[in-house]
Design a protein around this ligand. Sequence first.
Ligand code: 3PY
Length: 251
Amino acid sequence: MTNLRIRLKSGEPLLGTLITLDSPEVALILQRAGFAWFFLDLEHSALLDLKSAQRIIEVLQPQGYAVIRVPDNSETWIKHALDTGCDGVIIPHVGSRADAERAILFSKYPPLGRRSVGIARAQGYGSSFQDYLSGAAERIAVIAQIEDVDGVENVDDILAVEGIDAIFIGPYDLSGSMGILGQLTDPALIENVNRVRRACHAADVPFGIFCPNITAMNAELARKTSLLAVGSDTGHISAGAASIFHELRPE
Ligand code: 3PY
């Protein structure tokens, strides 16, 4: 399968969803439903840890792309996450050039960064060690999440950092940082999202966004957005179950 970095560059939309449950089965069901990439949310889920994330990645690859959102932009989290063999990392709250440079420093092997060398699933537990080391720069996507006003203000500086493979908007946190938490249709939020979108297009860097629902996702698809995540595993289960009761017609 084409690696995630190359796939992102193709500009063809990639549809995914958030994974928050410690369940390879649920992830597999969502993959069979059609999702192509998976946003494993270690920033927020109390159920996912690196071990459960790796088990989920094992069932999703190679048919799908699995990306870990690390809890923070730290060397320890990023190197542990990448050693699971995921296809990329999402770094939350990238607000400045310095934040973007840190993410690259910790995600890329030398000479671009200083990721240290482990012997884990990513490296085939040693069996494909050299291949992984030489292919990692080409294969692993580093996705910077812009979800604060600072990130919007500094988007051009963030995009200028070599190694940033895509930008992904967190609309909820962005709305919170603007003082309009959860108001995702507010024109001021939409303008900030579009500002980042325009900067990504100008820099030829893939643009992505979290979509709370299918209406938002269709609107993004119409705009040819590259990287889309709609809803979450728990949300899909909940909506599926609720639809039974909405449509129930007792005699
Ligand atoms: C947000 O909307 O803030 C998110 O981080 C969702 O990915």
